[in-house]
Design a protein around this ligand. Sequence first.
Ligand SMILES: Cc1cc2nc3c(=O)[nH]c(=O)nc-3n(C[C@H](O)[C@H](O)[C@H](O)COP(=O)(O)O)c2cc1C
Length: 170
Amino acid sequence: MSSIVNRRSVRSYTSEKVKPNDITKILTAASWAPSGNNLQPWKFSVVMNDEDLTQKLSSLTIYHHWVQTAPCLIAVFLDTKTVDTKIQGIYLKHIQAIGAAIQNMLLAAHEMGLGTCWIGEILKNEHKMKKLLGVSNDFELMAVISVGYPSKDTIKSKRRDISENILSWL
Ligand SMILES: Cc1cc2nc3c(=O)[nH]c(=O)nc-3n(C[C@H](O)[C@H](O)[C@H](O)COP(=O)(O)O)c2cc1C
């Protein structure tokens, strides 16, 4: 429970490089997420050794000022080739699995002392992202995750009291 409660989105990073082995651990954590029929519908593109590309990708979001400082960006895709995305209910199921995988990534990174932020705002530029990354239309962009060592105390976001979230408890 402690990782879940203490993880916060990190939007400010030191210049310290992230170890490729730590990124592998984060991707391994993603792969252990549950998914419908264990189809594991996720794919990833990692950018950590190309400053020019990081710059170009960052420019696709209004959050470019801090995204461009992240030592690593991980684009998360839904593999529409191996899963059926035409039926709405099934599509939702795969999207939910991707969400579970991303949360695993954030928690694994947090446990390694790394900070992350789940960036959804960049989705409006999916086509430009895929072109820059050389990713085909068989893959649908779900999010970009920035990863790096936190440079300052993160904003302490709050949560509603859980009693406000319970519709019924019969
Ligand atoms: C689907 C999704 C999209 C998000 N997109 C962005 C984003 O584009 N930019 C950003 O700064 N944070 C983004 N976030 C992070 C949320 O703002 C953050 O999780 C929320 O404010 C709670 O803060 P915490 O993560 O520190 O607990 C996103 C989170 C989710 C789950």
